[in-house]
Design a protein around this ligand. Structure first.
Ligand code: IYR
Length: 224
């Protein structure tokens, strides 16, 4: 069975309009910073929902859309997530990380304490779905595998960060490792693999960020 094909909805822009739009987006995206000092001010849930709709429009292998976005607001769940993350982070900082890794992180001033996981009003947990089941013959279940899951969910997660930023919200792409505790706390099915933990909110009034620089175009782009 093939899909029905329909005309492409595409607006061809003039070169000046193109430049203006891409510069505007570049400049907006460049102002995004990873935030670790959150205010506890609530965020309107419709902003999060709209950003998730944007993320869920991402391309994916065979259009399988192998993602799930769990929006956590419940204080008790946030507390348990903080406890789970801090346990892993403590093991990371005190035992698992190589000296080289710790040296690379030192300029950022991070440690195992993750108070932002309770303080941020919302945590969006992105799960990757490697396979799904569908009913097979004689009541059996057949596993159907998804394709390019890392790529697909990575694209969707990037779009989510961009959409939340465009809504005027602060985020952090956080990856305590391993993240198995998220599936347990949030009661997720076995085929959902924790991918990224994103605290969302407004920055604390006194929030600071490290004075880091991004590589220049010449450093990241090659012409052939
Ligand atoms: N997950 C730890 C360590 C950490 C690792 C990297 I790579 C970073 O860019 C930042 C932190 C933490 O969140 O502290």
């Amino acid at each position: 069975m093939t899909h029905r094909f329909i005309p492409l909805d595409f607006e061809r822009l003039g070169p000046e309009e193109s430049r203006e739009r891409v510069r505007e987006l570049r400049d907006r995206l460049r102002r995004r910073r990873s935030v670790r000092d959150f205010s506890s001010d609530p965020v309107p849930l419709d902003l999060i929902d709209c950003a998730i709709e944007a993320a869920a429009s991402a391309p994916s292998g065979a259009n399988r859309q192998p993602w799930r976005f769990v929006v956590v607001q419940d204080p008790d769940s946030k507390r348990r997530i903080r406890e789970g993350a801090e346990a892993e982070e403590k093991a990371f900082y005190e035992r698992r990380a190589t000296p080289e890794w710790l040296a690379d992180l030192a300029p950022l001033g991070t440690d195992w304490r993750k108070p932002f996981l309770e303080r941020a009003p919302v945590l969006v947990v992105v799960f990757a779905i490697d396979w799904e089941t569908r009913p097979g013959p004689e009541g059996a279940e057949v596993r159907r595998k998804n394709y390019y899951v890392q790529e697909s969910v990575g694209i969707a997660a990037g779009m989510l960060l961009a959409a939340l930023h465009s809504a005027g919200l602060a985020t952090l792409a956080h990856t305590p490792s391993p993240m198995g505790f998220l599936g347990r706390i949030l009661d997720r099915p076995r085929n959902e693999r924790p991918f990224l933990l994103i605290p969302v909110g407004y920055p604390a009034p006194d929030a600071t960020v490290p004075d880091i620089r991004k590589k220049s175009l010449d450093d990241v782009r090659e012409l052939r």
